[in-house]
Design a protein around this ligand. Structure first.
Ligand code: HEC
Length: 152
């Protein structure tokens, strides 16, 4: 009996850190990531680069190349989801960029803030200035935004 209880405790502990709640998961994803005292400023930042094919293409190359975003967010931007083995990443799953609700919930400035600062307590690190210049970050974000319009 004791063994069985111990087993149950282990299962609950494992699911507690890895189980994705069937209810309320979207809310957790949509919750702003930029701290409340900085969000107003972050939301005022605008992408200075227009959504031209050229800028999106530059962002695509960075995403799949030196910025290695695709290792976590997937080649198709859908975030790898269940393909990640438990234990490899701690914390929330990489964002699915084809999620239209998430795309609508965020301003470009908030995404730029994340590329500068990372998302605390998750595998999403800071990329500016070590990996990306500010200009490159805006190019990558043009590509990230292009997943919203692909009708997936
Ligand atoms: C090591 C894995 C990993 C890599 C590499 C990575 N990300 Fe992430 N990313 C994550 C995770 C995990 C989250 C979810 C963080 C959270 O829920 O707060 C995330 C979240 C994000 C978000 C959403 C933040 C929000 O406001 O919801 C953006 C935008 C993003 N990543 C862009 C990128 C870009 C662009 C790159 C490449 C320059 C990149 N990521 C590389 C793991 C990664």
């Amino acid at each position: 009996m004791h063994r069985y209880l111990l087993f149950r405790v282990c299962v609950v502990a494992a699911l507690g850190s890895w189980g994705i709640p069937a209810f309320g998961a979207d809310e957790a994803v949509l919750k702003p990531r930029v701290p409340i005292d900085q969000i107003e400023e972050a939301r005022s930042w605008r992408n200075p680069l227009p959504a031209t094919e050229e800028n999106i293409e530059k962002g695509r190359k960075l995403f799949h190349g030196k910025a290695f975003c695709m290792t976590c967010h997937g080649k198709d931007g859908a975030g790898l989801g269940g393909d990640i083995e438990p234990g490899i990443l701690k914390g929330p799953l990489p964002r699915n960029f084809t999620d239209k609700d998430w795309q609508a919930a965020r301003t470009d400035g908030e995404l730029f803030w994340i590329l500068k600062n990372g998302s605390k307590g998750t595998a999403m690190a800071s990329f500016i200035p070590l990996v990306l210049t500010e200009e490159e970050a805006w190019q990558v974000l043009r590509y990230v935004r292009s997943f919203a319009t692909e009708g997936k």
